[in-house]
Design a protein around this ligand. Structure first.
Ligand SMILES: *Cc1c(COP(=O)(O)O)cnc(C)c1O
Length: 389
């Protein structure tokens, strides 16, 4: 048996220079990574706070393994739910200022679990056009009517909501858009959800730990315009990015969480996360709250990059988050710039269609509290040298 559709697809990708390749890291994630025996300065992880290889998290994971073993051994509803999971869920609820929280294995699964548990055939989901793939896949799996509105366009969303006679409605949005770094207009989204009786699912994968004075994420970022938290808000965040470990959670009303435990198939039919990771994540929450200097450093590096870049041809897209995309345009050119940086020992990925819209290929520069000012200087110098004049 062969795979003719793959052979065609692979051939095409090779010809168009779109074949994706996995780079192999030979050590931990960080500002510098070891690849093929060489140390590269990396601007391409989501480890925004520099916690992924923090000694305190490693220590907590080891201690968790001593106490609970390496694996959970069963799903949560059978016998895989441990005290470590329970304590983490309580900590996550308290941290995000929500009544209750539920731990999922990954963000992808959290989105699948929540959306398919809330919606069915008679329902409708309204999604920003630039939402993450996992929200789109979840929408399709739910069988609800799937409507997408232009990026950040509240007027377009309102027209769609006003025209809907669906049984249940859910508005879903990335909180920080993963390839753009811009923010969802959360107060406006919530006002529309109130007006048209819809739920609001916020995917804060890139805001959790980063946004807000104490790193609580998008809701803290908008807290002056959002008090108190509405029970329409379904807050989802991932724990493999700024939190530095792995996993995701959904937080919201008690009834929402109880309903998810009974109905979210991506929660029920999968092995529980290793408890050692739940132990490490409790330490991570502690560091996110205690070490505000990590967010201050990030803000300083973002300002340094934005103020220091003097380019004619390539522009940084509007973003105040550690996701700083440099818009290049053509895919080939984006790949060439990425390659040019690599030859100078700097790793920045080129992001091309279909991940981003046609004609908007870009370098996705992501900053981390693990970077130094000298690291950003090196990147600035390299980009200035590479721009054709
Ligand atoms: C990374 C990401 C996810 C998926 O989270 P994982 O834990 O990596 O599965 C979901 N939504 C957004 C917006 C993301 O950036």
């Amino acid at each position: 048996m062969s795979f003719p559709h793959f052979s065609e697809d692979l051939q095409q990708r090779r010809e168009q220079g779109l074949l994706r390749q996995r780079r192999m890291l030979e050590g931990p994630q960080g500002a510098r990574v070891r690849v093929d025996g060489a140390d590269l300065l990396s601007f391409c992880s989501n480890d925004y706070l520099g916690l992924a290889s923090h000694p305190a998290l490693i220590e907590a994971a080891c201690q968790g393994a001593q106490q609970y073993g390496a694996g959970a051994g069963a799903s949560h509803l059978v016998s895989g739910h441990s005290l470590a999971h329970h304590q983490l869920e309580e900590a996550l609820a308290a941290f995000s200022g929500m009544p209750a929280a539920l731990l999922f294995s990954t963000g992808y699964m959290a989105n699948l679990g929540v959306i398919t548990a809330l919606l069915g055939r008679e329902d409708e989901i309204f999604a920003d056009r630039l939402n993450h793939a996992s929200l789109n896949d979840a929408a399709l799996l739910s069988r609800a009517r799937f409507r997408r509105y232009a990026h950040l366009d509240l007027a377009a969303l309102e027209r769609q909501l006003a025209a809907s006679n669906a049984r249940r409605k859910l508005v879903a949005s990335d909180a920080v858009f993963s390839m753009d770094g811009d923010l969802a207009p959360v107060p406006g989204l919530l006002a529309l959800c109130e007006k048209y009786d819809a739920w609001l699912l916020l995917d804060d994968a890139h805001g959790f730990g980063v946004l807000g004075k104490t790193g609580r994420g998008i809701l803290e970022n908008f807290s002056s315009r959002l008090t108190p938290h509405s029970s329409r808000i379904i807050y989802m965040a991932t724990l493999g990015k700024a939190a530095g470990v792995y996993g995701a959670f959904v937080a919201g009303a008690q009834q929402l969480i109880e309903g998810l435990v009974q109905n979210a198939r991506a929660y029920i039919y999968t092995t529980a996360t290793p408890p050692m990771l739940a132990v490490a994540l409790q330490e991570s929450l502690r560091l996110i709250a205690a070490e505000g200097w990590r967010r201050a450093r990030l803000a300083q590096l973002v300002a340094m990059l934005r103020n220091g870049l003097r380019l004619q041809r390539w522009q940084l897209m509007p973003s105040e988050t550690p996701v700083q995309p440099l818009l290049i345009g053509a895919s080939k050119e984006a790949v060439a710039v990425s390659q040019g940086l690599l030859e100078k020992g700097i790793l920045v990925p080129a992001i091309r269609p279909p991940t981003v819209p046609q004609g908007t290929a870009r370098l996705r520069i992501s900053l981390s509290a693990a970077h130094s000012e000298e690291d950003v200087e090196l990147l600035l110098d390299a980009l200035h040298q590479l721009e054709p004049r």
